[in-house]
Design a protein around this ligand. Structure first.
Ligand code: SAM
Ligand code: DTB
Ligand code: SF4
Length: 320
C-alpha cells in the first residue's frame, strides 16, 4: 500500500493502546512474536569523519573527545566477531566513520566481510555513501545487509546535516538494493523533529521501490560536544508509538530497537517489543557510546519469554 505522510501522521494520533493492539496484530501476521534477533556492532574505523551530522560524536566538526583512529586490522575484527558469536549474536555489523569508503579501505573491508561470514555470522556494514560498483564489490564478498539511514524527513534533514543531500542517501540505497544486498535503513528520534517529520520518514521508507528489510529506530544519544547535546529528552511513549506506527506501515521489515536503550527502562523496552521490535544491538558498546550489558539483556529477554534462538529459524510469516 502507498502511504501518504498524512495517513502516517494520522496513525501517530491513534490512542496509544489502540495503536499498540493494531501493531501487535500486524506483527503476529508477519513475524514470530517471541523471536528477537541479536546483532553486535563494531566500529571498525572510528572518528575523524568530515560530515557534519549534528547527532554524531564522530564528526570532525564536533569536539566530543572521540579520537580519530585507523581502520582496524583483520585480526582484531575477527577476534571481535568470534566473541560476538560466542556471546550469541547472529549478525555482526561493521561501522565506519566515512563519508564514503576509499578504494584501498574498501578492499580491506571486503576481506573482513568474507571472513566474518566464514565464521557463520550474517554480515552488515555501514560505511557511508557507496557507488553502484562498490555495492557490487560488497555483494560479491557476501555482504548480507547494508545500513544507511535516512535519519529523518527530507524537510528536516537540512537542519541536521549540511554536507550531503537527502538524494545522496536515496542514491546509495538504490545502489545497495540494485546490487542485491538487503537494505537496513531507519532513523533517529529525539533530535527536535516534529511528529510530521517522523511520519514523513516512515512514509518515505514504506514507499521506497522496495521497503527496507531492516529498520533501525534510534533514540538520540545526546553526546556532549555535539550540537544536539542539549536536545530535550523525548517522552518514552513516543518511542513506543514510533515503533508501532513503523510496524503498521512496514509490516514485513524487522524493526530494530537501536541506539538509546541504555536510557530506556526494561518496561519501556517490553512495550517496544509489544509494538513490534524484533531485533536489538547486543554487546556493551554501540559505535562510540554504551549499550546495556549482555547479562542484563539476556535476563530481560528471559523475563519477557523472548527467544533469540527462534530468530531466523522459522518461516518469515510463522506466528507462534
Ligand atoms: N558514516 C556512516 C553513515 O553516516 O552512514 C555510517 C556510520 S553512522 C554512525 C550510522 C548511523 O548511526 C547514523 O546514520 C545515525 O542514524 C546513527 N547515529 C549516529 N550517532 C547517533 C547518536 N548520537 N544517537 C543515535 N543514533 C546515532
Ligand atoms: C544504526 O541505525 N544505529 C547504529 C548502527 N545503525 C550503525 C549506530 C548507533 C550509534 C550511536 C552513537 C555511537 O555509539 O557513536
Ligand atoms: Fe560521519 Fe556517519 Fe557520523 Fe555522519 S553519522 S558524522 S557520516 S560517521
Amino acid at each position: 500500500m502507498n502511504w501518504t505522510t498524512f495517513d502516517v501522521e494520522r496513525l501517530f494520533s491513534v490512542p496509544l493502546l489502540d495503536l499498540l493492539f493494531r501493531a501487535q496484530q500486524v506483527h503476529r501476521e508477519h513475524h514470530d512474536p517471541r523471536a528477537v534477533q541479536l546483532s553486535t556492532l563494531l566500529s571498525i574505523k572510528t572518528g575523524g569523519c568530515p560530515e557534519d551530522c549534528a547527532y554524531c560524536p564522530q564528526s570532525i566538526r564536533h569536539d566530543t573527545g572521540v579520537e580519530r583512529e585507523a581502520l582496524l586490522s583483520l585480526e582484531d575484527v575477527l577476534a571481535r566477531a568470534r566473541a560476538a558469536r560466542e556471546a550469541g549474536a547472529t549478525r555482526f555489523c561493521m561501522g565506519a566513520a566515512y563519508r564514503s569508503p576509499k578504494a584501498k579501505d574498501l578492499a580491506r573491508i571486503v576481506t573482513m566481510v568474507r571472513e566474518v561470514r566464514a565464521l557463520g555470522l550474517e554480515t552488515c556494514a555501514t560505511l557511508g555513501m557507496l557507488t553502484p560498483a562498490q555495492a557490487r564489490e560488497l555483494k560479491d564478498a557476501g555482504l548480507d545487509y547494508y545500513n544507511h539511514n535516512l535519519d529523518t524527513s527530507a524537510e528536516f534533514y537540512g537542519e541536521i546535516v549540511t554536507t550531503r543531500r537527502y538524494e545522496d542517501r536515496l542514491e546509495t540505497l538504490a545502489a545497495v538494493r540494485d546490487a542485491g544486498i538487503r537494505v537496513c535503513c531507519g532513523g533517529i528520534i529525539g533530535m527536535g523533529e516534529s511528529v510530521h517529520d517522523r511520519a514523513a520518514l516512515l512514509a518515505t521508507l514504506a514507499n521506497l521501490p522496495a521497503p527496507p528489510d531492516s529498520v533501525p529506530i534510534n533514540q538520540l544519544v545526546a553526546v556532549p560536544g555535539t550540537p544536539l547535546a542539549d536536545a530535550a529528552p523525548i517522552d518514552p511513549f513516543d518511542v513506543v508509538r514510533t515503533i508501532a506506527v513503523a510496524r503498521i506501515v512496514l509490516p514485513r521489515a524487522t524493526l530494530r530497537l537501536s541506539a538509546g536503550r541504555e536510557a530506556m527502562s526494561d518496561e519501556l523496552q517490553a512495550l517496544c517489543f509489544l509494538a513490534g521490535a524484533g531485533s536489538i544491538f547486543y554487546g556493551e558498546r554501540l559505535l562510540t557510546t554504551g549499550n546495556p550489558g549482555v547479562d542484563h539483556d539476556r535476563a530481560l529477554l528471559a523475563r519477557l519469554g523472548l527467544d533469540t534462538a527462534r530468530a531466523g529459524t522459522l518461516p518469515r510469516d510463522a506466528a507462534a
